[in-house]
Every structure is written in C-alpha cells, then in structure tokens.
Write a protein that binds this ligand. Structure first.
Ligand code: G3D
Ligand code: MG
Length: 190
C-alpha cells in the first residue's frame, strides 16, 4: 500500500478534514518530509515574504488538510502563522538533529507556540520528527527530547521519532502515531 493510500485509510475515520500545521525552523526538512505526504499537482505554494524566505505551503490530501510554515525564527511574522492555530487538529514539528546550535532557537519557538492563547489549554497531538538522523553528528531523539524539555509538556499527547526525510525512514511511524492519537482523542470526546 502506498503512503497516501495508507494515510487515507488511517484518517478515514474523520468526517471533517483534519488540519495539520507543520512547523520547524528553516532547513529542518519540512519540504522534504512533506514531499512524502503529498500528491503531485495538488499543491499551492507561495512565498509570503520572499525577501526573508518565509513560505507557506498548503495542500489537501483526501481528508487531510496540511498547512506548512517555514519559520526562520523571525517573530515579526508570527502573526501570520498563528492565525492557523485556532482550528488545527494536530501539529507536526520538524527538528534538524544535525543542528545542535539552533536547538535553543527551536526550544524558544516551541515555548512561544505552546504558550499561545489558542493552543495552551487545548489537547491535540504534537508530533516531533527528529529529522536528519542519517547525519553523522545527529542528536538522538532522546537528546532532542531533553534539549527541548518535552517532558514538561503535560496537557498534550506528544511523541518524538527519528526520521530521514530523504529516504522516508521513520515518516510512516510518526504519521501512524498521529492517526492513532487523533482517533483516541476523537473517541474520548464522544
Ligand atoms: P525546510 O523545508 O524545513 O526548510 P528542506 O527544509 O526540506 O528544504 O531541507 C533542507 C535541506 O536538508 C535540503 O538539503 C534537504 O535535502 C536536507 N534534508 C532534509 N531532510 C534530510 C534528512 O533527513 N537527512 C539529510 N541528510 N538531509 C536532509 P539541500 O542541500 O537541498 O539544501
Ligand atoms: Mg521548505
């Protein structure tokens, strides 16, 4: 079964589109990772502020409705992406495991995200891809978890999994967890 067929089956329980925002610092591997998830020819991509390379990409896949942001750490533009928080069903955060130096920026941005008024009190799945696991200097998912202090996240189900967005390794595992967790939350709310 192809990944898209798999995703359609996985999210087939949803009666309404599942909105997923994919975040992470620039160069973490979002576009590469997402290329495993989307259909060709059904993508809208545009530069919001080309001079600073801030890009938003949107695509639909079956009942999945993805919005992808490249964050450059420029909080000036946060107002643009926070407008998508209120009705997102899950957030995927892509980390560059080979970039230890910028883990502190990722941690800061994550803290801002989790403290946002539209997200702080809500329970939704938070999936971290510890990407670029193939890099010889890659931090392990456990090290990323520690550097980001993920264990302090109390009111949201979260999961971190290693990935290689180029080969696709680990991507299915993360998406599987996301589907299972969305289904559990949906069942619990009934
Ligand atoms: P972004 O969309 O988050 O900004 P991209 O990131 O998907 O554009 O990826 C940035 C660079 O990282 C790309 O390299 C891409 O090939 C590489 N990359 C993405 N995922 C992985 C991974 O799992 N392992 C390795 N080794 N590299 C990865 P270039 O050279 O095209 O800039
Ligand atoms: Mg990109």
């Amino acid at each position: 079964m192809g990944l898209f067929a798999f995703l359609s089956t996985l999210f087939g329980f949803a009666k309404t589109p599942v909105k997923i925002v994919v975040l992470g610092l620039d160069n973490s591997g979002k576009t590469t990772l997402i290329s495993h998830l989307k259909d060709e020819g059904n993508t809208q991509s545009f530069d919001v502020v080309p001079t600073v390379g801030f890009t938003v990409e949107k695509f639909k896949k079956g009942k999945l409705d993805f919005t992808i942001f490249d964050m450059s750490g420029q909080s000036t533009y946060r107002g643009l992406w926070e407008s998508y928080y209120a009705d997102t069903d899950a957030i995927i955060w892509v980390l560059d495991c080979s970039d230890k130096l910028r883990m502190s920026i990722a941690k800061h941005e994550l803290g801002v995200l989790l403290g946002h008024r539209d997200l702080a009190e809500r329970s939704f799945p938070l999936l971290f891809f510890a990407n670029k696991m193939d890099s010889h200097c890659a931090l392990s998912p456990v090290e990323c978890m520690q550097l980001l202090a993920l264990e302090e996240i109390q009111n949201k189900p979260w999961h971190i999994t290693g990935s290689n967005a180029i080969s696709g390794e680990g991507v299915d595992d993360g998406i599987q967890w996301l589907g299972d967790t969305l289904e559990k939350l949906r069942t619990a709310r009934k």
